[in-house]
Design a protein. Structure first.
Length: 890
């Protein structure tokens, strides 16, 4: 497929303009979103922008797109490009006409409005990349020096410019350079989008008020653990847009569901053109407390505020939801960052979030990603400069995920004199500090009320200089920020106003073996790792075939050191899989086929991610404790070959289930370094039911199924703590490869965790002194090649529907999958894939209770898998494994 010329495609990609019969706003307190745009490159549009900004201008040759669309997102929606072609192989480099992205693009829309006397009207922005000029009805209301930055939100009064009937807004979005502009870049994560994210990526709104307009609500409270009565203070900035004094009443309300908690009313007075903070404080008795998902419920209180002048509503603030909770953070004796939530030590186990490459927002898709995180046992999401939209934080509030937002690395955002990772010309000037200020103020106003916020990171790889740090801190405090503020995601330095970040960014980002996490050095499970992981995330075959050609698939397993387009960018240290493949070839043997390579990759990915999360969870009470970790990364912006725990299509593979095991709420794990067994409990320390007696069975067998040892350990568990409970006494009996099974049960013999390892007599040997920022070399590899010689295991599989609801669009179907190993030998790494029997394609996302499991001789195991009923009416399960033949069961 050759390059598509936009000029030749214009006439074929048109859609009718949106209906304009209804007024976008019609009463005080209303805000309406511009519902869509006609867009075009300035190369193919009239240069008379004043005329284009008038109602009735001919834009019949422009592309019709929805709201919140970068240029590339708009062109995809208009049918110029499609995901299937763009993502396939290296098409992104070949089929896009890049000649049109070096100049601005125009966004135009007409809207209906009938202005009323004594009313004020505003255009509200929330960030346009990278900068924009804006016209309303032919009059310029903002230029690119003011409307600048991906997070630069502003409010423009346009009352005198509007006319009764049709009105027009025109935006000229200027092209984006990640190094020189305030945007959202991807560093080395992936190839850059052709438009660099240029465009109106967030909503543009029109609002109507009376004489007084209200800014976003902010809320503070004084709850701390143990308090039975809470003062909740609601604040809002009110501005008088009249040239005479105004007197009115501020009405505030706090509800919990249908229950009215308090209603307050207070008078206010504003001088001509005065802006003032109005405050109302109410008391909440016996408050319902918001908890992270694993620890409790997420009750949300509704906050509403309106201003009344002369017995008429002047403005209604956008409603907000709040959760009453308390977050603390500090540094321990080792200088490591620690957190508490509601008085309890909180161990963040999370992942780094990635948006869509073209910044498209899909609420259902994001919700599914968050649900997969919860299914993994994660509790925290890190946003590196990708704050997305308010809905993301609302979702996190509702489902109980903690969020660590912050600014990004490696481009304009870190233009400091001491940053050697960007060119010398990338340096902040006075205007950049101005942009930073407005960006922080806007994002603070969006985030302030959300209980899901754990902390805000004002820097990523580098810390902001003192001037910028003061701007950021002051911006947050202006909006009554009550959450921790962290200097950066690393420990290279810190501004005076904040002090040390207490978090490390020392890698790894590429493959390291399981025992790495117990090594007590660099990125191992000590302190807080803000972004680290073994770099894994290989998709399974059905996903791979959606974006790789046959040649690409051959390269994947036959050319272990070749740069691959669907890895990181071609200037990155992660453009190839050489470190990973060296380990795979040496540890598991050279692959004999693509299928063999993918099986070994899933085995590698599983053990790599499991060890990372088990390391941090098991060592939370060590002498130098593990205090948190963010996996790099949780997901990818496009179909990718690494740095993800589930793939772009939301399919789950080996790395996913390694984490799911390692992050279990109650768990038993193996420490590769000192060969000990750990009991892990991540549940809420306030819940007495989570205390109690526990038993652990420890079984070691060889590859023939012969028992090498059996241990039984009786112990007690303590919520939110981990401890060593036993030694693996028979480790010296391992000849080539052995299987270790750990089973944790409660006092009623309910299995809480089942965990199987494959071990060799010799751990991988790491050259710690030669560690780089992205990996630690392995000088001697563990030898798992004996796994290739396992006798075939015969596993009977039955699939039984146990629940199915098809009436609701959100209904789920659940299948029970029973596995029965009929053999005298272990059934290694049984891989279960949920597919549609008619299409033979994945049903995504699947929610398995467990997967990639290993069964001991004559052992049986029952699992479940759930999925959205609307995704398939004919599910089946494909069964395969290391020594298990492939079979499809319905």
């Amino acid at each position: 497929m050759g390059i598509l010329s936009l000029a030749t495609l214009v006439l074929g990609t048109l859609a009718p303009l949106g209906a304009k019969s209804a007024d976008i706003v019609s009463s005080s307190g209303q805000t309406g979103t511009i519902p869509g745009w006609s867009i075009q490159s300035v190369l193919h549009a009239s240069d008379n922008l004043t005329a284009l900004a008038q109602p009735g201008a001919d834009v019949s040759g422009w592309y019709r797109v929805g709201s919140r669309k970068t240029v590339m997102a708009g062109l995809i929606e208009a049918g110029v490009y499609n995901d299937t072609d763009l993502w396939f192989s290296d098409n992104l480099n070949h089929i896009v006409d890049r000649s049109v992205f070096g100049t601005p693009w125009l966004y135009r829309e007409e809207f209906t409005l009938h202005p009323k006397p004594e009313q004020h009207y505003f255009v509200v922005t929330h960030g346009i990349t990278s900068k924009a000029d804006i016209w309303v009805n032919g009059k310029k209301i903002a230029d690119k020096s003011y409307q600048v930055g991906a997070y630069g939100g502003h409010k423009y009064e346009v009352t005198k410019l509007l006319q009764s009937g049709s009105n027009t807004i025109l935006v000229r979005a200027h092209e984006t350079n990640y190094l020189l502009d305030s945007a959202m870049g991807f560093v080395d994560w992936n190839p850059y989008p052709p438009d660099n994210g240029t465009g109106v990526w967030r909503d543009v709104e029109v609002s109507q008020t009376g004489p007084v307009a209200l800014a976003p609500i902010r809320v503070v409270h004084d709850w701390t653990p143990g308090k039975e009565s809470v003062n909740v203070t609601i604040k809002v900035n009110a501005t008088n847009f009249e040239h005479h004094p105004v007197h009115g009443t501020l009405s505030t309300k706090l509800n919990l569901g249908s229950e009215e908690v308090f209603v307050l009313s207070r008078p206010f007075s504003l001088k001509p053109n005065e802006e003032k903070t109005l405050i109302a404080t109410g008391i909440v008795k016996n408050p319902q407390i918001w908890w992270p998902r694993l620890w409790g419920d997420q009750p949300l209180y509704d906050v509403s505020v309106k201003a009344v002048v002369d017995n008429k509503v002047s403005d209604i603030a956008e409603p907000r939801k709040i959760g009453i909770r308390y977050v603390e953070s500090g540094l321990n004796d080792f200088g490591d960052r620690t957190f508490k939530v509601n008085g309890e030590r909180f161990l963040p186990l999370g992942g780094g979030y990635a948006p869509d490459m073209f910044l498209r927002w899909d609420s259902e898709y994001v919700r599914r990603k968050f649900e997969l995180m919860l299914d993994l046992g994660m509790n925290t999401v890190r946003l590196e400069g990708k704050q997305e939209h308010p809905e993301l934080f609302e979702m996190a509030d509702e489902i109980g995920l903690m969020i660590m937002p912050g600014w990004e690395c490696c481009d304009w955002w870190e233009g400091w004199t001491y940053n050697t990772d960007v060119p010398d010309y990338v340096r902040f000037d006075n205007h950049d500090y101005w942009i930073a200020n407005y960006s922080m103020l806007h994002e603070a106003s969006m985030m302030q009320t959300h209980p899901s916020i754990l902390a805000f990171l004002v820097g990523s790889d580098y810390w902001p200089n003192d001037r910028a740090a003061s701007i950021y801190v002051n911006g947050l405090e202006t909006w009554d920020w009550q959450n921790p503020i962290v200097a950066s995601a690393g420990e290279l330095g810190h501004p005076k106003i904040l002090g040390s970040s207490g978090v490390k960014m020392l890698g790894p980002y590429d493959y390291v073996p399981p025992n790495y996490w117990y090594g007590g050095q660099v990125g191992a499970a000590i302190g807080f790792g803000s972004e680290e992981g073994p770099g894994v995330g290989t998709p399974e075959i059905r996903s791979l075939k959606r974006f790789l050609s046959d040649d690409d698939l051959d390269d994947l397993w036959t050319k272990p050191k070749k740069g691959l387009f669907h890895m990181s960018s071609n200037v990155s240290s992660f453009y190839d899989r050489s470190i990973y493949n060296d380990a795979l070839y040496n540890r598991y043997g050279a692959p004999a086929s693509l299928d063999d390579y993918l099986l070994k990759a899933q085995i590698m990915d599983y053990e790599a991610t499991r060890a990372e999360y088990e390391g941090f969870a098991s060592l939370q009470d060590a002498h130098r404790p593990a205090t948190g970790v963010i996996y790099w990364m949780m997901n990818s912006v496009w179909p990718n070959l690494h740095w993800q725990l589930f793939d772009y299509y939301l399919n789950t593979a080996g790395c996913f289930f390694g984490v799911k095991v390692g992050a279990r709420p109650e768990h038993v794990s193996y420490n590769y370094e000192n060969k000990t067994i750990y009991l892990i409990n991540r549940l809420n320390a306030l819940d007495d039911e989570d205390n109690g007696s526990r038993s652990v069975s420890v079984d070691l067998i060889d590859t023939t199924g012969t028992s090498l040892s059996h241990q039984h350990v009786n112990t007690t568990t303590r919520p939110n703590h981990s401890k060593e409970i036993a030694n693996l006494t028979a480790y010296d009996k391992i000849n080539d490869v052995a299987f270790l099974r750990l089973v944790l049960s409660d006092n009623e013999e309910n299995v809480l965790s089942r965990n199987v390892y494959w071990l060799t007599p010799q751990n991988d040997v790491l050259q710690w002194d030669n560690s780089s920022w992205y990996s630690t070399p392995i000088t001697t590899y563990s030898n798992y090649t004996a796994l290739q010689n396992l006798s075939t295991a015969h596993v009977d599989t039955t699939v039984t529907p146990i629940s199915s609801e098809t009436k609701s669009s959100s209904a789920t179907t659940t299948l029970q999958v029973h596995l029965d190993n009929k053999s005298k030998t272990p059934a290694f790494f049984i891989r279960l894939v949920l597919i549609d029997s008619k299409t033979n394609e994945n049903i995504n996302p699947p929610y398995w209770s467990d997967n990639y499991v290993t069964l001991f001789p004559e052992e049986s195991l029952t699992l479940t898998v759930s999925f959205e009923s609307k995704l398939s009416s004919s599910p089946a399960v494909e069964v395969s494994g290391g020594n298990v033949a492939t079979n499809i069961v319905q």
